[in-house]
Ligand binder design. Structure first.
Ligand SMILES: Nc1ncnc2c1ncn2[C@@H]1O[C@H](COP(=O)(O)OP(=O)(O)O)[C@@H](O)[C@H]1O
Ligand SMILES: [Mg+2]
Length: 297
């Protein structure tokens, strides 16, 4: 039994700022460090830290210093399978600067996204896989292929950030996580829950709408609606909150919990992560996630 996280992998640079810079006023940085980032890698690192057999693949690495840092940090997780992460000579490892302001919100500078190289999904990559976790942080074609291969094998697919009802990935998905804020920005005229309902019927999938510290809404495949209130926390760094939410959700789904119970695990994991600087610099132990989710009613 393995969870396959297929998608974005990079080296994040956490940059703690007093505010975002403008042309006239520089921002002051009081702390910085590197840690593993990228949507797929974030989810995978947290899952592996809980002892879950996890496979990570998708975006490739270079033979440069950032690539070595990523490989070393991945190797510290004993239940993480990184066999399918390719390494290319002369290729620049993807990097991302995460500019974090005192409210815990983040802005990104993505380095050379147009150069990104990926490893195609293969039959061997799906060996023993029970769940596929995808993200939309990069080119779609190989993600689409991965979803098709999962469907051929009757492996459920979880993804975040699909907002177009006509998106080709949607019919292949079982669980979709979207952000209320992004939904509002992209479809100002739409209530995020109306969009969720539309995506649910277009994809015949469960749709979960997260909204930072506010209520999480669930529109089930059957059309039932429910909500979960995430624990109240003072956020330090919300980079990757959605990715770590998915780690908790996947953990719950693999434990055969009903969807709304699995969502509590997602909320607990996401809320814990927001209290640490960096996305994978500090990995909360499973017992902390368990304790926090049991406090959610
Ligand atoms: N400011 C916050 N306070 C408390 N929990 C948060 C906060 N931001 C994120 N979370 C947790 O992480 C989950 C996902 O956060 P969200 O901001 O919706 O995702 P993203 O911005 O990464 O798409 C939330 O449902 C919540 O559990
Ligand atoms: Mg957020």
């Amino acid at each position: 039994m393995t969870i396959l996280c297929y998608g974005e992998i990079d080296l994040d640079i956490y940059v703690k700022l007093n505010r975002l810079p403008t042309m006239e006023r520089s921002a002051w940085c009081s702390e910085d460090f590197e840690n593993i980032g990228g949507a797929a890698a974030n989810s995978a690192m947290w899952l592996a830290n809980w002892g879950m057999p996890t496979r990570l693949a998708g975006h490739d690495l270079g033979d440069d210093r950032p690539g070595d840092v990523v490989r070393q940090l991945l190797a510290e997780q004993s239940t993480l399978d990184t066999r399918f992460i390719a390494r290319h000579a002369g290729y620049r490892t993807p990097r991302c600067q995460c500019l974090v302001t005192p409210d815990g919100e983040r802005s990104f500078i993505t380095h050379w996204p147009e150069d990104v190289r990926m490893t195609a999904p293969s039959a061997a990559m799906f060996d023993g896989v029970q769940l596929l976790n995808l993200d939309m942080s990069g080119p779609t074609p190989m993600r689409l292929r991965a979803a098709e291969m999962a469907v051929e094998r009757r492996i459920p697919v979880l993804i975040n950030d699909v907002y177009q009802p006509e998106h080709p990935l949607l019919p292949l998905i079982d669980v979709l996580v979207i952000s209320a804020e992004v939904a509002r920005n992209r479809h100002a005229e739409n209530n995020p829950l109306d969009l969720a309902a539309e995506l649910m019927s277009a994809g015949d999938c469960h749709v979960i709408v997260t909204a930072a510290g506010a209520d999480i809404h669930i529109v089930s495949r059957e059309g039932e609606r429910s909500k979960v209130t995430p624990p109240l926390v003072s956020p330090v760094d919300t980079t990757g909150a959605g990715d770590i939410f998915k780690s908790g959700l996947l953990y719950g789904l693999l434990g055969d919990l009903p969807l709304w119970e699995a969502v509590k695990w997602g909320a607990a994991a996401g809320s814990l992560m927001c209290q640490f600087a960096g996305t994978t610099e500090t990995l909360a132990p499973l017992r902390d996630v368990k304790a926090l989710q049991s406090s959610i009613n």
